[in-house]
Design a protein. Sequence first.
Length: 271
Amino acid sequence: MTAQVRAPGPALRLLSYNIRHGRGMDGRVALDRIAAVIDACRPDIVALQEVDAGRARTGGVDQARDLANRVGLHDHFHPALRVGAERYGDAILTRRPSHLVKAGGLPGMPGLEPRGALWIEVSVGAHRLQVLNTHLGLRAAERSVQVAALLGPDWLESAAARGPVVLMGDMNATPWSRAYRQLARTLTDARRIACQRGGNATFPSHCPVLRLDHVFVGAGITVDRVSVLHEGLARTASDHRPLLAEIGLPAVTGSAQEALGSPSGSAALTP
């Protein structure tokens, strides 16, 4: 009989960043600053919010594609808002093989900015990681309805059935808000697993006082570290600070030969 071993699960670096279409605290749009912040983090997966594509105010640039090209990642984009040919929404960048599972709107209220979510599946060794990115509304009642939709069969309930789950984004929700508590009943705030205390505020970037940006993880995912970036361009490139999480996926069980000799059994660590 072949001995069974439990190989360490792959490690990943996740970044959630509301880039405010590249407009920094000085009022200047400069994607090179956003790209520099992302690149310095060496992330495997990046969830971006407030991303422009084809908009006059940002020179018609497809910002998700532009940023992906600058930092050597692949891009997925969902426009929550369309005005003619102009688009605005959320993006996920990744260096791992991935494909789009779902992109769509979330429930809203008349007269308020449309909100949406983006879901991709990322191949990480033997795992198929389900990654969701969203940017929730500004009003409490609006956020609560949007979270209820995210937790339902069209989104997270279905995602959890396919593999390990991560939800990232600008939730516009502090830890004492109803929307946060709704999410925390199903997923776990990565900061809690990492026993992170202090220095967690992400907004406003010049002097952060609010925890609005979050990384939530599903069962089986470990978290080694969560940190808000405070140095250099992270202070000024957008009105939000970036949030970085280092996670581990569930260990893979298999024979000793598979664990030592096959791609699906070995740990796929990111430097």
